[in-house]
Design a protein around this ligand. Structure first.
Ligand code: SF4
Ligand code: SF4
Length: 435
């Protein structure tokens, strides 16, 4: 393998593959003393990171080592759940002298960057800041793999789970449809399927099976339309606010479970719920909501009344951000030392509460055998400005050719053709059909 550099990472179009899509060459320009590989993968039913580590341990560790070297870290840590002892046994003999494994509990949200950094280093990232504030950089497993390869990112790993015939983890060309990817799992096994894209806790609802897979699609969970999670994701905001204002009994379980509150951050979702009653606009108004990480634990697990404090917090958080308001505040470290160790939500209990026990909780990696005849490649698959097309309709491209670049001087990522063929469309996406 070639030696990764900021230049190879940038020209390969590597972005955070865990869902955020932050350009990796920008992230790794920073200086930190520890790099953490986020292999916690705490979203129920998703298995991509574990499967990648099992199939490509050398590549992922090489990407981690490169990231550590680039940021000048003295230590690289693999954060992985202790229950994956077979993967841990596989990795341990391959670790470089500056690497170690941090075994994590099988809880949610173990993969939240703030929780991960706390579990691995004992450091509390201040509210509203990023891991760099405490000298840490966190990288996703697939991102590390892409860093090591030094090749254009044209393939995506993802788990297909839920109401499908054979849950699997697959590698598909970026830009194929959800429908094509799901066909590799034998297709849906319910008559009226819908999707949670990216995970059941922090994903989004879709019933458009023709959407394209992007560089950040980590998983597709197929569910019957009448599943309680599908219904929860489609409840309109006005109903959420109206029911919340009338039914919240202020028990504060949502706050007591909130991982950011437990870390000492000043977020108390029960206060956001309370503020609904006092708001003329029918919206929450509590400044601490800006520190909500949208983990959904308060809504999906904590609330005994089936209310939706997460959406109440995020609705308020978005308005605060739009208004340009910002609260600089320190965390309360005492709360973390008192509660973080023993107030974790076990994944098994969460799966039962979510009504997912009937789905097979596995996703073995199968060989890439999807031959795409058409791909749709959105120009914005990353944080920053949309990439600008460098091709036009009628052009012929090879897989790996550059088809779009970020505007000069702006944050963004290069986009490559994921299949060979002819460009048949250029708008907010480049469409390529096999010739
Ligand atoms: S979604 Fe709920 S539990 Fe999660 S950080 Fe936000 S308020 Fe806390
Ligand atoms: S857990 Fe539910 S009922 Fe209790 S305070 Fe929070 S939103 Fe209200």
């Amino acid at each position: 393998m070639a030696k990764p550099s900021l230049q190879t990472i940038e020209s390969s179009g590597v972005v955070g593959a865990g869902g955020a899509g932050f350009p990796t060459h920008v992230k790794l320009k920073a200086k930190a003393d520890v790099v953490i590989l986020n292999a916690a993968e705490c979203e129920p039913l998703l298995h991509k990171d574990k499967e990648m580590l099992r199939a490509f341990p050398d590549e992922v560790l090489a990407g981690l080592a490169a990231a550590a070297e680039l940021v000048g870290a003295r230590e690289a840590v693999v954060g992985i759940k202790h229950k994956y002892h077979d993967v841990i046994d596989l990795l341990r003999p391959k670790l470089a002298p500056n690497m170690r494994i941090a075994e994590l509990s099988d809880s949610y949200p173990a993969g939240d960057e703030f929780i991960l950094v706390y579990d691995v280093t004992g450091r509390i990232i201040p509210p509203g800041k990023i891991p760099l504030a405490v000298g840490a950089v966190v990288t996703n497993v697939e991102t590390a793999y892409n860093v090591a390869r030094c090749e254009p990112v044209t393939r995506k790993f993802l788990t297909i789970a839920g109401a499908v015939h054979n849950p699997v983890t697959v590698r598909v060309p970026v830009g194929v449809t959800f429908r094509e990817a799901i066909s590799l799992a034998g297709g849906p096994n319910v008559p009226d399927p819908v999707l949670l894209v990216g995970g059941v806790m922090m994903g989004r609802f879709s019933d458009n099976f023709d959407e394209p897979i992007t560089k950040t699609t980590g998983g597709l969970i197929v569910l019957p339309r009448d599943h309680k999670l599908a219904q929860r994701y489609t409840l309109p905001w006005k109903s959420i606010a109206r029911i919340g204002a009338s039914a919240c009994d202020q028990c504060s379980f949502c706050t007591e479970y909130c991982p950011r509150y437990l870390l000492g951050h000043p977020i108390e979702p029960h206060k956001a719920m309370r503020s609904l009653v006092f708001s003329m606009a029918g919206e929450a108004n509590t400044i601490g909501t800006q520190f909500c990480c949208e983990c959904n634990l308060c809504t999906m697990m904590a609330c005994p009344e089936d209310l939706d404090p997460k959406n109440v917090c995020t609705q308020n958080k978005r308005r605060i951000l739009k208004e340009g308001n910002r609260w600089e505040v320190e965390a309360n470290p005492t709360r973390a030392s008192l509660h973080m160790a023993n107030r974790r939500v076990p994944i098994g209990r969460l799966v039962r509460k979510l009504g997912l026990s009937r789905f097979e909780n596995k996703g073995p990696l199968i060989d890439d055998h999807l031959s795409a005849s058409r791909v749709v490649l959105p120009l914005k698959q990353h944080v920053g400005a949309p990439a600008e097309p460098t091709v036009k309709v009628g052009d012929t491209v090879e897989a790996g050719d550059v088809i779009a670049k970020p505007p000069a001087g702006q944050l963004g990522a290069v986009l490559h053709a994921s299949i060979a063929g002819r460009v048949v469309g250029v708008s907010d996406a480049v469409v390529i059909e096999k010739s």
